[in-house]
Design a protein around this ligand. Structure first.
Ligand code: THU
Length: 135
């Protein structure tokens, strides 16, 4: 099995970004989450007029994947106009499942601007291991 390239994942994130619902911020975000089995889940940001229910593209993708039984992730590509970095809430949610996954940040022209890992973005994170001593 050949996993998609970074550029293919960016292209999937660009496709997902077309569905972004962001009438308030006008900040378009698309994500493409790659499972270790090679499946790709797209996500976009979805805003609410009352603001707080807004969900980011990254979490949309994670929720779609987990709700379909996927929990092992290899990479995520995120596209925004400025190749912006995932917010803290999304970092925490992704850390739950894949602290070492690859993170590819690209712009809306599909140009890769930063390739890193989630652990780099959330060093010394709080994760499921921290609760392992409870029962
Ligand atoms: N947003 C994301 O989708 N992902 C991030 O990691 C940062 C922020 C969205 C939320 C909101 O719809 C818009 O970008 C501006 O904050």
């Amino acid at each position: 099995m050949t996993l998609p390239s970074d550029q293919q994942l960016i292209n999937a994130a660009l496709a997902a970004s077309q569905h972004a619902y962001m009438p308030y911020s006008k900040y378009r975000v698309g994500a493409a989450l790659l499972t270790v089995s090679g499946a790709v889940y797209g996500g976009c940001n979805i805003e609410s007029v009352s603001f707080t229910p807004t969900v980011c593209a990254e979490r949309t993708a994670v929720f779609k994947a987990v709700s379909e039984g996927q929990r092992e992730f290899a990479a995520i590509a995120v596209v925004t106009r400025d190749a912006g970095s995932p917010c803290g809430v999304c970092r925490q949610m992704m850390y739950e499942f894949a602290p070492d996954m690859r993170v590819i940040l690209a712009d809306l022209d599909g140009k890769s601007r930063l390739v890193t890992t989630l652990r780099e973005l959330l060093p010394h994170g709080f994760g499921p291991m921290n609760l392992d001593n409870l029962s």
